[in-house]
Design a protein around this ligand. Structure first.
Ligand SMILES: NC(=O)c1ccc[n+]([C@@H]2O[C@H](COP(=O)([O-])OP(=O)(O)OC[C@H]3O[C@@H](n4cnc5c(N)ncnc54)[C@H](O)[C@@H]3O)[C@@H](O)[C@H]2O)c1
Length: 377
């Protein structure tokens, strides 16, 4: 029996609501059994956008089930999220005279799906967009919620549009070729979803069997997607609770800025979640909090699992606060009165708060200590 005809479990489906509802399909083998074609990309002309380093098997699987008229290769990682690549892709669509009822399909990690979504939002003022994420981060985070866009030399994600896809297919088999460190980057965002909304995810992610070959992988991914789907369904454009998805991201963005993006985003989120948990514990102190309001054991356990790239030594020494503070202050959650942090009163109890400079400084020292002992550096 050919591999493509073998019986396999029905894919999980997560519904995303809001002004333009869509379905996220999650399961092993979605690309190889034509689900994508069957489940509804209309029989229009299609342009497939994929990164140069995507393993050939996933590209060929997508090409055979989608039969795209154009397959457009772009540079890998954030090298594709530039105005130059964006312009080149748009020109290719225009040269082929793709009409208004065409579909743009993004196949790859979050970088390519961000670019492809913005191309779809812009070409002829908007054509249909479909997302086929192939990284864990792409599945649990980037492909859901409608944020698309590019970087500028002045900073990351400074240009873009809210442009939800018409559907998402997350083929979990594609994760088999992902480097383990990249898989664990995506696990950071899934763990964050567990902390802010669904604590039953936490032991699943720390389970030693959680990985590309785990039989429950698709179920865990679908559960993590559900958290983001619920939030963005209620708040697509980040007027309120969508900000909770930034738990751990204020320090994470500062670490990425300080290292000029050399520290991968998921690793920065692992470090940042532990700092946010320390701040939460400090703010919860003396407030008659129920047992369980100290979440630092959870974030420390995640750091041990993730084993993120080491930090520049200067960040574990005195003076780190002064080095990081300007980056934290520039964070998206900063307004004219200063930066606000996403904190937790307990598991699944997020809120936004300003934190005094004294607390930020003293908890950064605790964080340095903890990172030191986890990383043994
Ligand atoms: N739109 C959103 O809401 C949102 C949310 C989070 C992150 N993002 C964006 O996502 C990007 C990061 O995404 P990412 O972590 O997926 O990284 P990525 O897109 O840079 O992919 C990482 C690397 O893995 C390669 N790759 C992809 N799939 C693979 C596979 N199955 N096997 C082997 N290699 C594979 C990619 O080509 C790339 O080289 C950033 O640009 C970030 O800004 C967007």
């Amino acid at each position: 029996m050919p591999v493509t005809d073998r019986p396999r479990p029905e894919p999980h489906q997560v519904q995303v609501g809001g002004p333009r509802p869509y379905t996220v399909h999650v399961g092993a083998g979605l690309l190889s059994v034509s689900d994508v074609a069957r489940a509804g990309i209309p029989q229009t002309r299609r342009a497939l956008i994929y990164p140069a380093d995507l393993p050939g098997e996933w590209l060929h699987a997508a090409q055979s089930c989608l039969q795209p008229e154009l397959s457009i290769m772009v540079p890998p990682r954030d090298e594709c999220k530039t105005l130059e690549v964006f312009g080149r892709v748009l020109s290719q669509l225009a040269s082929a005279a793709l009409p208004r009822d065409s579909a743009v399909v993004g196949l790859g990690g979050g970088a390519v799906t961000d670019l492809a979504g913005f191309v779809a939002a812009s070409y002829l003022r908007g054509v249909a967009y479909y997302s086929l994420p192939t990284t864990l981060l792409g599945m649990v985070d980037a492909a859901v919620g409608g944020k698309t866009g590019l970087n500028l030399p002045e900073g990351k994600n400074l240009v873009g549009a809210f442009y939800p896809p018409s559907a998402v297919w997350a083929d979990t088999s594609t994760l088999a070729t992902l480097p383990p460190a990249t898989f664990r980057e995506g696990a950071a965002e899934a763990y964050k979803h567990g902390l802010i909304a669904d604590p039953t995810l936490l032991p699943q992610i720390l389970d030693p069997n959680f990985g590309a070959l785990s039989p429950s992988l698709a179920a865990t991914i679908a559960q993590a997607i559900q958290v983001k789907a619920d939030i963005v369904s209620r708040d697509l454009t980040e007027q309120g609770e969508r900000a909770y998805l930034n738990f751990g991201h204020t320090l994470a963005h500062a670490l990425e800025g300080y290292t000029h993006q050399a520290l991968p985003h998921g690793d920065a989120v692992g470090y940042g979640m532990h700092y946010a948990a320390l701040l939460s514990r400090a703010m919860n102190k003396g407030k008659d909090q129920a047992e369980g309001s100290d979440l630092t054991p959870h974030t420390a356990a995640f750091l041990r699992y993730q084993n993120p790239q080491p930090l520049p030594p200067a960040l574990l020494q005195p003076g780190a606060f002064e080095a990081l503070w300007p980056y934290m202050n520039r964070d998206k959650k900063a307004d004219s009165q200063g930066v606000r942090f996403v904190l937790l009163r307990g598991l699944a109890q997020p809120y936004l708060a300003r934190v005094s400079e004294d607390v930020l400084r003293s908890e950064l020292a605790v964080w340095q200590n903890d990172v030191h002992s986890v990383k043994g550096c």
